[in-house]
Write a protein that binds this ligand. Structure first.
Ligand code: ADP
Ligand code: MG
Length: 696
């Protein structure tokens, strides 16, 4: 067994616990070492029995005189023991730990850590941590700073501690320094083994902190090296398709002039950055980051138009069918007048995006006709679609440009497939999930980033209220009044599970019926969920767009990208289940025109924390700032709520640790060109790359 051994092959016990351990991010033996304590119990004060004071947390070491079970009058089970050292005897009491009488026996040398309490005239140790000492007399659960880990059902810190201890001992040879020693020295950091052993079993809290710094550094550093490697492998393989920009500048200008609005400065800058990239030999790999409603689509469309002018085809991939459909419409409207032929390729109605393969197989009969057209087709200049675009059957001979919308919803793997598709097309990924720039850097390494940090002119702030439960009826009345003035309303059902499954759909249906029958009997309501057939969804969205309906009751599928400028009110149920970023996304469904828009948040939660978090929505209207706040209030893992796919979150380092991230970035930059000189480091980078491509 070595550190790479998967738990499933590491013996019966590990196999049995593998599922649970996965929740903690542990899937190989080595992962136990990277499961870092969240805090330490300080049991380092070792005291003789005659010196202990009431109220003190101490460790005492001595011999078991006796241990026995006792039953109280109310049938509670107690365990009582007497422990003796050279200076005296102390009573020990546990509750309901029947196994103790077989775990320790009279005559054993044991070590106990816990709080000393006054009991009548004597002192007593109550519910201490215990361990039987071996010949070395050194413990791991007592008599020191004892690590406490993030736990999960059935997996205790004590057990995790044992694993770490065993691996540090038995696999010591394997834990080798992989950074060049002179770098470690220059960075002033612990060497790798020392860092691991001090993070689990520190001699002092300062040491633990220093050890954690080294490991956090490693984590970010390796992610960045891996990203660099993927990127350079990609760029080396290929000669990109050099687009001619100058020749077509005039025609792009003409296209801009026909737009119903003028581009913002940020949009112009992003387009310039893209044009600079595509004029080069190497394929572009750029992330377009911009808040909801900042107008990313037009930037992507302009780039695809340039591709068309250069005689290349483009693909635009969106995470859901609804969104693909909408993009298809937008892009057709924008570009067909300029002679661009736009096609749509979606799978069936399921909006699962984690497994592209099954998605493709399940494409319905009806789609078949389109399939034929698309195979090796010359028919479209731009093909818009969902994951169905990933199918091998979809080939575009002259593919030169790929846009991936809402890229955080796709895994690295899916992005890799699409890149392979064309002969090294330029790649533009767009995200509406506002991520602080540092986070982006940490995640994507050397990806180039363009920022849309400016909203189109004339947008009004969306008035947002957290509505107390007793005002629910009032809110409904207000909504009815708004509809009378011509407003349209989104009502978002509670977020139940990550994928749109039957539970979600059922809950939405119940809510829909309730609203229709008892709340808004005089209004025209429609329902939308991810499980509907594509055609149905289209019809409903179309109906909402042309005002056949007043109210659209939807599952959280509306979160991503839907653009219906005439909708001005969004009511969100169970708002506490969403991250602030997600709420901001949802809120972004309204306020797209120049009319005043509103967002009403409902929650059943009574926690003051939750209220505080949701209240932030009332005053904050900047996506990045909200994401940052979420980061602080809920932790990085929640930044995307449950929307993360294929994104591995940092386990040790923290996204808010900008200095460390910067340091790791510089170091990665420095070592990358010499990577081949360090085989151990290369090995590590490979491991990280494998994990990134096959997340969890
Ligand atoms: P997102 O960045 O969220 O994807 P979209 O691209 O969907 O935003 O754009 C949101 C809305 O703003 C669309 O209706 C779009 O037509 C409009 N829009 C985009 N750019 C501008 C602009 N410069 N001025 C005014 N409206 C714009
Ligand atoms: Mg969008």
């Amino acid at each position: 067994m070595n550190l790479q051994t998967p738990l499933t092959e590491a013996g019966r016990v590990y196999k049995m616990y593998a599922k649970r351990l996965e929740k903690l991010g542990i899937s190989t033996m080595g992962d136990f070492l990277l499961h870092i304590p969240s805090r330490y119990d300080d049991f380092s004060l070792i005291s003789s029995i005659d010196a202990v004071q009431p109220g003190e947390v101490v460790t005492i070491q001595g011999e078991v005189l006796e241990i026995k079970n006792e039953f109280t009058k109310r049938y509670k089970k107690l365990q009582r023991a007497k422990i003796q050292d050279k200076t005296g005897i102390i009573d020990v009491l546990w509750f309901n730990q029947m196994y103790l009488t077989s775990a320790m026996h009279a005559g054993d040398r044991i070590s106990l850590s816990g709080r000393v309490e006054q009991q009548g005239r004597g002192l007593m140790l109550v519910s201490p941590t215990y361990e039987v000492l071996d010949a070395t007399g050194k413990g791991i659960h007592t008599g020191r700073l004892v690590p406490i880990y993030p736990e999960t059902a059935g997996i205790s810190s004590k057990w995790l501690r044992k694993q770490a201890h065993m691996l540090l001992h038995d696999n010591r040879e394997e834990i080798r320094e992989y950074l060049p020693p002179e770098e470690v020295k220059q960075l002033g950091m612990y060497d790798y083994y020392h860092a691991l052993s001090q993070v689990h079993f520190p001699d002092s809290l300062e040491n633990a902190q220093k050890a954690k710094e080294r490991l956090a550094f490693d984590e970010v550093f390796l992610i960045q090296l891996a990203a660099k490697q993927r990127r350079s492998a990609w760029q080396q393989k290929l000669k990109g398709k050099r687009f001619n920009v100058i020749t077509f500048e005039k025609r792009v200008q003409e296209f801009f002039e026909k737009l119903p609005f003028t581009l913002t400065h940020a949009q112009k800058r992003a387009i310039e950055e893209i044009f600079d990239d595509v004029a080069k030999d190497q394929p572009m790999n750029r992330l377009l980051e911009g808040d909801v409603g900042s107008g990313k689509t037009i930037v992507g469309a302009t780039a695809m138009y340039l591709a068309y002018l250069n005689g290349f085809q483009s693909m635009l991939m969106a995470p859901t069918q609804i969104l693909a459909q909408q993009h298809f419409q937008t892009i057709s409207q924008l570009l067909e007048p300029f002679g661009v032929r736009v096609g749509l390729q979606t799978g069936n109605s399921k909006s699962h995006i984690t497994n592209p393969k099954s998605q493709i197989k399940s494409s319905g009969q009806k789609q078949k006709k389109n399939w034929k057209l698309d195979i090796g087709n010359l028919k479209f200049d731009i093909l818009v679609g969902t994951h169905a675009l990933l199918s091998e059957k979809v080939t575009l001979d002259r593919l030169g440009f790929v846009v991936i919308d809402e890229q955080q919803r796709f895994g690295v793997e899916q992005r890799a497939i699409i890149r392979e598709k064309g002969n090294n097309p330029h790649l533009l990924t767009m995200t509406a999930t506002p991520i602080p720039r540092t986070v982006a850097l940490a995640l994507y390494g050397d990806l180039d980033v363009s920022l849309l940090d400016e909203m189109p002119k004339g947008r009004l702030e969306i008035k947002t209220w957290l509505v107390p439960p007793q005002k629910r009826d009032g809110a409904y009345t207000w909504i009815e009044k708004q509809v009378k003035t011509g407003d349209q309303i989104f009502i978002v059902c509670p977020f139940i599970e990550e994928s749109e499954n039957m539970t979600t759909v059922k809950a939405a249906t119940v809510e829909f019926e309730r609203l229709k029958k008892t709340v808004f009997p005089h209004l025209k309501l429609a329902m939308l969920h991810g499980r509907m057939k594509a055609k149905e969804k289209d019809t409903i969205l179309e109906g909402f767009r042309n005002k056949t309906y007043d109210v659209l009751v939807a599952t959280p599928v509306v979160e991503v990208g839907i653009d219906i400028p005439s909708a001005t009110v969004i009511l969100i149920e169970a708002a506490d289940r969403f991250g602030l970023s997600q709420l901001h996304q949802l809120r972004g469904r309204v306020g797209r025109g120049d009319k005043q828009s509103y967002c009403l948040l409902f929650t059943e939660s009574r926690s003051p924390e939750t209220a505080k978090r949701l209240k932030a929505m009332e005053t904050m209207h900047n996506g990045a700032a909200l994401a940052e706040l979420d980061l602080h209030m809920r932790g990085a893992g929640e930044l995307y709520g449950t929307l993360q796919h294929g994104t591995r979150w940092l386990k040790i380092a923290s996204f808010s640790d900008f200095t460390l991230i910067e340091k790791a970035k510089q170091e990665a930059q420095k070592l990358f060109p010499k990577l081949s000189e360090y085989p151990l480091l290369m090995e590590k980078v490979k491991e990280v790359n494998i994990k990134q491509v096959n997340p969890d």
